[in-house]
Design a protein around this ligand. Structure first.
Ligand code: 0A1
Ligand code: ZN
Length: 883
């Protein structure tokens, strides 16, 4: 571990109220690409009137200070102290007006935090602590103030000048310059400030709120993208309506702006009335974007819109409370997507994502509770734990309190805290008080890290017709926390007969039987539930709807899984049973392979697939989900020591075994779904495409595969089908793949988002030649190491979605990746840190690979001027070796 790291940690327990209220912030920007001048005027009022004087402490980073004055007097270097990122004015009077002037350099800002250049326009990103790169100010979420923002710039270069709130005034200036003033009536923290300046085109629509407010909706994009905004606009309108109907929340300003940029570290940002989006989550046309892209746009547009209440109107006291706004808002966007599309399919996709990303995170060197107690770099805590696990905690309140109890809690939360910066405890208190329940023990979810395990055992007594379920919980120790407490775990279940019929449920102390789904609430380390009047030894349908972020262990036989797959009323249980069976079978073959034994195709899996393929009643999207094999990384997580190649070989063996045994059925279903009808955007059409392309992904392993895929490629009128086909050719190593890739490249070379797909599908291709290909692709004119989307599509996909390439036994993938982390760190520490986390699971590999990775981790740790972002990730990974 590097010296001094521990000193740089920030602790939740150290929170102190900021002693000043800031009444108003006047910002004046004189905008130019190379050098922008920022002037501010701000009113400080001491909160505690008793005291006459107090230090004013401001945050700033990489600012060139031109002048600073206090109550009209210019301050000289002796009147204040700058230490690292803080500026202190000692003993300022209880009422102080501060004026500052600084210069910043947007064009050379490659970290994409603060004010920066994207293409031909300038924009800001302030969450979490980017405002300090714009000017000196208390850059913390509990300091909320109203903003008046004036921008002046060259009119030809920057015809559009946007900031938060309403446009109050504008005018011309000599020399072809102009100015615009924006005022936001809602007090807000710095992280929600935004500014955009440049030459952008716009699409406009309107929304009339429930109370009759007419809201102008504008999406700003570069002019060539004007024909790709329709879906984003429709999603925004749907989100506004949905939030009124489901949460009784209405929009509060007359204007809502979205700006799309190709250069963005994350997905999007909820700045008050001026959302900034990664273009990936705005731009879509059927020929450029897949169904998954369309769904992603709907979800992220919803997410940022929903933040207006959960995040902006009520915000976080400090960054430890991040899940207060993120967990809640992810829950809201999941519900929105579920209401817009298929609830069951959405649930399965959410669970797949949680299991494959959050569970490993919680078991690795960066394990942390959804409300962390400590961080070095807050940007490293925009994690799957804070977001996705955080959302499942909110979902558990919903499960325990029901929709109406949950909505009562939400109402009380807004009644109490509108306009405030609060904590997760405040949220919990609102839920508890509104429902008259005690949620104290439930609150442990906020402070305990790690993925709990629930071990289920059962016993059927035919004489008494009683069936006893025993649930035991256990949370393994994590890197950050050794001892664990019992948690409140909602556990929903049902019982099936061996014919697949659902039994009515009656617990021992009940007088009559109730419905076939029961919510059990596990609160102790171990609890028993005895069901009576159970006519036969049942098949337990456990953990319906994935009712908590836990791993459930029960020793299912394949026969039991087959019954669940075929008959259970809960879509999640059916899907999970199919995944368990596939996982079992693949891991068994992996084991046989490692012992040099012949692999074989399991008849029960074959039978289950035959059933799924022949099911004409179920939603095709659900059938598609059931047939997608668990991915290699997920399988790796289930092994003691990861067998990289064994997993790859075994998974491939099973997949092609199924394809060849069931070729006729796959082909028949494919033909049915490949109806030749023109593209449609409806959920039904998307579901049919999903199943069609899953069938195709199996058929690629059969004789007929290549001609079928080529035919699909030739006739396709949409990106979903085209991309599935090209990916198929690439993955099957078809001689047609090269031509398909180069035609794709020629057609889309000018299109940044489509080229991301082109990079990704090549980076994903398994095998020992992957690294050479990735190196070559880095030289492609469309690639840029400065662009986060490109880095994620090529470097990120290689490291995170190509296990056989990245984990090549000679360590070449590791060395390459470490070079990229070091290179990126000098440009964009946030992205470098994300990439560095690809090494986080290193302890799970064999000795030889562990040694190779450790050497690379040490090499990165020793690099000059390593950012706090990367050193936190790397030092944690190395520290986890010491245990
Ligand atoms: N609040 C945004 C996510 C976000 C976080 C940080 C960023 O820059 C460092 C940008 C965006 C959201 O939840 O959508
Ligand atoms: Zn968010």
């Amino acid at each position: 571990m590097k010296e001094g790291l521990a000193n740089k940690s920030i602790y939740r327990k150290d929170y102190k109220v900021y002693p000043w209220d800031v009444g108003q912030l006047d910002l004046h920007f004189d905008i130019a690409r190379e050098s922008t001048t920022v002037r501010t005027e701000m009113e400080f009022q001491l909160k505690d009137g008793e005291q006459a004087k107090q230090d004013i402490v401001l945050n700033g980073s990489e600012l060139q200070l031109e002048s600073l004055s206090l109550n009209g007097s210019e301050l000289s270097g002796d009147d204040y102290v700058i230490d690292g990122e803080t500026l202190t004015i000692p003993d300022a009077p209880a009422k102080s007006v501060l004026k500052t002037e600084v210069r910043i350099q947007p064009a050379s800002n490659s970290a994409l935090e603060g004010l920066y250049l994207s293409g031909a326009f300038l924009l800001t990103q302030c969450e979490a602590q980017g405002f300090r790169k714009i000017t000196w100010f208390p850059d913390r979420p509990d300091v909320m103030t109203t903003y008046r923002v004036t921008m002046e710039a060259d009119r030809a270069e920057f015809p559009i000048l946007l900031s938060n709130g309403n446009q109050e005034a504008s005018g011309e200036l000599p020399g072809g310059r102009h100015w615009v003033r924006w005022e936001d009536p809602f007090p807000k923290p710095t992280y929600l400030f935004a500014l955009v300046a440049g030459d952008l085109a716009l699409v406009e629509d309107h929304f009339t709120t429930r109370s009759g407010r007419d809201v102008v909706l504008r999406i700003y994009v570069e002019s060539e993208n004007l024909d790709r905004c329709e879906h984003a606009m429709q999603s925004l309108i749907n989100a506004m309506r949905w939030d009124e109907e489901r949460f009784n929340l209405e929009y509060d300003l007359d204007i809502y702006h979205i700006v799309a940029t190709n250069d963005f570290n994350m997905g999007a940002m909820e700045n008050k009335s001026l959302n900034i989006f990664n273009s990936k989550y705005v731009l879509a046309r059927p020929d450029t974007a897949t169904d998954a892209d369309f769904q992603g746009i709907e979800g992220v547009i919803g997410h940022e819109y929903f933040h207006n209440w959960t995040g902006n109107r009520v915000t976080c006291r400090d960054w430890f409370e991040l899940t207060l706004k993120e967990g809640l808002t992810v829950f809201r966007d999941e519900e929105f997507s579920a209401d817009m599309q298929s609830r069951a399919v959405k649930r399965i996709r959410v669970v797949r994502d949680l299991r494959s990303r959050q569970f490993p995170e919680d078991d690795g060197p960066m394990s942390h509770p959804i409300r962390p107690d400590r961080y070095v770099e807050i940007n490293n805590f925009y994690t799957s734990t804070v977001y996705q696990k955080g959302a499942t905690i909110i979902r558990m309140y919903h499960t325990l309190l029901g929709e109406s109890g949950f909505q009562k809690g939400m109402k009380l939360y807004f009644d109490r805290h509108d306009g405030q910066a609060v904590t997760c405890d405040d949220f919990l208190a609102a839920m508890a008080d509104a429902n008259g329940v005690d949620l104290e023990r439930f609150g442990r979810w906020y402070s305990q890290s790690g993925t709990p395990q629930v071990h289920v055992s059962d016993y059927y007594d035919s004489a008494s017709r009683k069936y006893k379920l025993t649930l035991k919980q256990h949370t393994p120790a994590t890197h950050d926390q050794k001892t664990k407490q019992a948690l409140v775990i909602p556990f929903t279940c049902g019982l099936l007969t061996n014919n697949g019929e659902e039994l009515p449920l009656q617990l021992e102390d009940e007088t009559e039987a109730g419905p076939g789904t029961r919510l059990l609430v596990l609160e102790e380390m171990q609890q028993e539930y005895t069901f009576v009047n159970v006519p036969e030894a049942p098949v337990p349908s456990l953990f319906r709807d994935f009712s908590a972020p836990v791993k459930v262990f029960y020793d299912y036989s394949h026969a039991q899984l087959a019954i669940l797959i075929a008959f259970d009323s809960d879509a999640y249980v059916r899907w999970d049973a199919a995944q368990r069976m596939a996982q079992d079978v693949i891991l068994e073959q992996c084991h046989r392979h490692s012992k040099g034994q012949e692999m074989r195709l399991d008849p029960s899996l074959l039978k289950a697939f035959r059933g799924t393929l022949s099911d004409r009643a179920a939603d095709p999207a659900l059938l598609a989900e059931a047939m997608i094999m668990p991915d290699e990384d997920y399988l790796a997580e289930q092994m003691e020591v990861v067998d990289v190649d064994g997993i790859h070989v075994a998974r491939k063996f099973i997949k092609s075994g199924l394809a060849n045994e069931l070729e006729e059925l796959f082909a028949e279903r494919y033909a049915d779904l490949n109806d030749g009808l023109p593209y449609q955007k409806s959920p039904e059409a998307m579901a049919r495409r999903a199943l069609k392309n899953v069938c195709m992904s199996y058929l690629q392993d059969t004789q007929a595969g290549e001609s079928l895929i080529t035919a699909q490629l030739e006739s396709s009128d949409n990106m979903t089908d085209s991309l599935a086909a090209i990916k198929g050719l690439v993955l099957m190593d078809s001689p047609m793949a090269g031509k398909a890739l180069s035609q794709f490249e020629t057609r889309w070379s000018e299109d940044a988002l489509v080229m991301d797909k082109w990079f990704a599908m090549q980076a994903m291709k398994p095998g020992c030649d992957s690294l050479g290909r990735v190196r070559e692709l880095m030289k492609h004119p469309a690639f840029s190491i400065q662009n986060p989307n490109k880095v994620r599509s090529l470097i990120g996909v290689f490291a995170m979605l190509n296990p056989t390439g990245f984990h090549a036994a000679d360590g070449s993938g590791y060395a390459f990746h470490a070079d990229r982390v070091i290179e990126l760190d000098g440009l964009n520490p946030q992205i470098a840190a994300r990439m560095a986390s690809a090494f986080n699971r290193w302890k799970r590999y064999d000795e030889s690979r562990k040694k190779l990775i450790k050497a690379q981790l040490q090499r990165i740790a020793a690099a000059d001027n390593l950012s706090g972002d990367v050193s936190e990730i790397i030092n944690n990974a190395l520290r986890s070796d010491g245990e």
